[in-house]
Design a protein around this ligand. Sequence first.
Ligand code: MV4
Length: 493
Amino acid sequence: MTFFDKVLIANRGEIAIRIMRACRELGIETVAIYSTPDKNALHVKYADEAFHIGEAHPSKSYLNRDRIIEIATLCEAEAIHPGYGFLAENYHFAEDVEKAGLTFIGPSSKTIHMMGSKLDSKEAMSAAGVPVLPWTKGGVTSTEAGIAFAEEIGYPVIVKASAGGGGIGMQIVRDSSGIAEAIEKGMRIAQSAFGDPTIFIEKYLDKPRHIEVQVLSDYDCNGIHLYERECSIQRRHQKLVEEAPCPIMTPELREKMTDSALTVAKVCNYTNAGTVEFLYSEGNYYFMEMNTRLQVEHTITEMVTGVDIVRQQLAIASGEPLAYEQDEISLRGHAIECRINAEDPLNDFAADPGKIVRYRSPGGPGIRVDSGIHVGYAIPPQYDSMISKLCSYGLTRIEAIERMRRAIYEYVILGVKTTLPLHHSLMHNRQFIQGNTHTHFLVDQQIMRNLQSFYRDEESRMQTLAASLRQGKETAAVTAAVNVYIQHMNKGN
Ligand code: MV4
């Protein structure tokens, strides 16, 4: 089956490569775009054709809508895949792509627009019978009305921007003393961040789990779900670890959540791959928002269902009906993803861009690595610091954890500090091993303190390594496998 002859990938890094891999398997030609600092990036080398698009700043390059569409037209690509981030959830871009006579690989601009308003989507989903937390229907129109609502449902409450998502502009209010100020501040933040001052107030859940359901839907709005992911381990709304399935899922809860997710997709006329996000607390779940894009963590769903989500995206976008019925989708085993970022966990996760001087990725049974880096590559400071996704699979959850620990041990990234040591600590944390995670896990579990003692243990090895590499710069993506390099170099190589 040939879906498209040529697709432009409007993204960079690991996700651009992930999409191009699916294209290559299907015999679809790929077009990369790149900014000036990405000239030597892997996604540029992987593509059949590559076009320079502008300077480093995203507004000049990966967010440059007109130029991207111009290139797609020029090179006769039929479709554009936006990946995640950048233009993926920009309904103006989807609309421009549609108007240029090209296919946007994702939902319609209308659906993206509707789900972009947290208030409108909440209203629609509540009307369709999907569980939602009590909220100020229609938004907060006055401080007085907001206060009255908060008193009525009781504290704590949370103030959210309708155009938000990802936590921007969210404020938790624990008692009546802070409510007026939070409402006014919320409107100001929403106006300046999104150009839309609409806010709403919602009942606040203290330490919920973040559980999301992956869906696929074709142009006839036939939808299937690919089960759920547990994404609770995060820091400042950046996910660090995800797993599939959710370790506390029951058949009853799964039935209800996946049903709700399919209702959400139906109600917003969803097409292509998407994710319905829920908060879970004490046996209950509530719809939060829908991510109208391919997500970073789609990989673990692929591992436990065997469905190639990007291949399905290409098929659906080209007009194919869904390749699977719901009863053909089964869940087997357990998968975990650790996001490897070029950041220093001991320095408040400050980005640590720089040149990769040594690199060896893990392999063997049950390991998948999606990365966009290679030796000699200089990670540019202008973009996301995620450089690789390390995923493990096992028939049981503990097998997936054991394989992840072993893969972290094997992984060698030298030249930049990374989150690998943090993942080492997490994979040995008792509460994580028991599956007792929630959105405040990192703070509550004192992961950072444990990490410091791990670094102390590794200190001498790190210094030996730094000295033998004579990099001048500290190299700190240290796992036990670094020993291999140290021994190698001590032998005079
Ligand atoms: C919440 C919540 C608790 N109660 N809403 C964060 C981003 C967006 N997707 C929804 N988010 C949340 N909404 C209510 N009513 C908790 C989160 C939340 C969170 C909040 C504070 C700190 C970290 C968090 C991580 C995930 C979700």
